[in-house]
Design a protein around this ligand. Structure first.
Ligand code: FA5
Length: 347
C-alpha cells in the first residue's frame, strides 16, 4: 500500500507541474482530490486493509492528501496571478504609439471675408443688424418700391415659399439683403449707420460668378445732409482697406427701384489684372455691389420725411469679394465642400 501511495504521489506531482492554466488545474483537482479522485478512493480503501497496516497507510494517505491540497492551492494562486498579468497586458495602452491628431476645423473663407468686411465698416462707425432669410414679399419687394407686376421683379429670380406657410406668393427666400433696410428703419430712427450681413437665394443658373445661394452685406446710412459723395467716399475707403490703396473702382449708373440715383460699383479684376478673363466676363472689371441714394418713397414707406432726411444704401456680394481677395476663378468652389480647396484658407 505504501508503494502505491508513493507512486500515486509522484504521478500527481508530475501532472500538477504540467498543468499550465486554470482549466487543466481544475481537471487535475477532480482527478486526484475530487469525490471520485484517486486520493479519495485511496482513503476509502484504508478500512479494508489488515489492521496492522492501517495506521501507517492511513497516516501516509492523509499526508498525501494534505500535501497535494497545499500544492494545488499554491499552483492555483500562481496560475491566477499569471492569468491576471496576461489579461492586464492585453488591455494595456502602448504609450509609445504616436497619438491620433484631432481634426481641427477652421473658418470658411466666406466667413473670414464676411468678418473682415464687417470690421472695416465697424471702424467707420457702422453697427450690425441681422434679418430673416425667409421674408415677406412686402419687405423683399413692396416696401422697396417694387409693387406686384412691376417689371423690375425680373431682376431677382425668386424662390417662393409654398402653402401652407406662404399664400399667393406672399412669402419667399429673400433675394437680397435690401428688405433689411426696411426692417432697420422700422426699428430705429435716424441717424442710422448699419451693415446687414446674410444669405440670399435666387432661382439662378450657376456659372463661374453666380451661385443660387450667396452672401450679401447691405449698408444703410440715413441722416440729415447725406449725399452721393458720402456714398462714394465710404465705398472707396472700403475697397482700399480691403484690397490696398492702389485699387481702381468704377461707378456707373444702374437702376434699382429703391434708390435714386442708382449705381453699380466695380473694381479692376484681380484675377486677370484687368485684361479680361472668364471671371470678369472678359471686361476687366468685376461688379461687386449695387448702390444709390435711398428713394424718397422708401423713406416715406417707413415714416421718415425725405424733406428732412436723405440716405445712401448699398448691397455687395461677399463671395465676389472673397474671389477677388484670393484670386479664385470660380464661385462654385466655395460650397462644393472640397477640403483640398477649403484647407488653403486656414487662418
Ligand atoms: C441687389 O441685390 C440690390 N439689393 C443691391 C442694392 C442694395 C442696390 C442697396 C442699391 C441699394 P444685385 O442683384 O446687383 O443687387 O446684387 C448685388 C451684388 O450681389 C452683386 O453685385 C453681386 O456681387 C452679388 N450677387 C448677385 N447675384 C449673385 C449670385 N447669383 N451669386 C453671387 N453673388 C451675387
Amino acid at each position: 500500500m505504501l508503494e502505491k501511495i508513493k507512486s500515486l504521489r509522484e504521478k500527481a506531482i508530475q501532472e500538477l507541474e504540467a498543468s499550465a492554466d486554470s482549466n487543466s488545474l481544475e481537471e487535475w483537482k477532480r482527478t486526484y482530490l475530487g469525490k471520485k479522485g484517486f486520493v479519495t478512493q485511496l482513503l476509502r480503501q484504508i478500512g479494508s486493509l489488515p489492521p496492522e497496516e492501517r495506521p501507517k497507510a492511513g497516516e501516509a494517505a492523509n499526508l498525501l492528501r494534505d500535501e497535494l491540497t497545499q500544492l494545488y492551492e499554491e499552483k492555483a494562486s500562481a496560475i491566477k496571478e499569471a492569468e491576471r498579468l496576461q489579461a492586464a497586458k492585453a488591455q494595456a495602452i502602448d504609450v509609445t504609439l504616436p497619438g491620433r491628431r484631432p481634426q481641427i476645423g477652421a473658418l470658411h473663407p466666406v466667413t473670414q471675408t464676411l468678418r473682415e468686411i464687417i470690421e472695416i465698416f465697424s471702424r467707420m462707425g457702422f453697427g450690425v443688424y441681422e434679418g430673416p432669410e425667409v421674408e415677406w414679399d412686402e419687405y423683399n419687394f413692396g416696401l422697396l418700391n417694387i409693387p406686384p407686376e412691376h417689371p423690375a421683379r425680373d431682376m431677382w429670380d425668386t424662390l417662393y415659399i409654398a402653402p401652407p406657410y406662404g399664400k399667393d406668393g406672399n412669402m419667399l427666400l429673400r433675394t437680397h439683403t435690401s428688405p433689411d433696410q426696411i426692417r432697420v428703419m422700422e426699428l430705429t430712427k435716424p441717424p442710422i449707420r448699419v451693415v446687414v450681413p446674410g444669405r440670399c437665394y435666387r432661382h439662378e443658373a450657376t456659372d463661374a460668378s453666380h451661385e443660387w445661394m450667396f452672401y450679401q452685406v447691405e449698408g444703410l446710412a440715413v441722416d440729415k445732409g447725406i449725399t452721393m459723395a458720402h456714398l462714394k467716399g465710404v465705398l472707396t475707403t472700403f475697397v482700399r482697406e480691403m484690397f490696398g490703396k492702389e485699387r481702381k473702382v468704377r461707378f456707373r449708373c444702374d437702376y434699382f427701384p429703391f434708390v435714386e440715383p442708382g449705381a453699380d460699383m466695380a473694381m479692376d479684376c484681380i484675377v486677370c489684372g484687368g485684361k479680361g478673363c472668364r471671371v470678369c466676363k472678359f471686361t476687366g472689371w468685376l461688379e461687386i455691389l449695387g448702390a444709390g441714394m435711398v428713394h424718397p418713397q422708401v423713406l416715406r414707406n417707413v415714416g421718415i420725411d425725405p424733406n428732412i432726411y436723405t440716405g445712401f444704401a448699398f448691397g455687395m456680394g461677399v463671395e465676389r469679394i472673397a474671389m477677388l481677395k484670393h484670386k479664385i476663378d470660380d464661385i462654385r468652389y466655395f460650397y462644393a465642400n472640397d477640403l483640398r480647396f477649403l484647407k488653403q484658407f486656414r487662418a
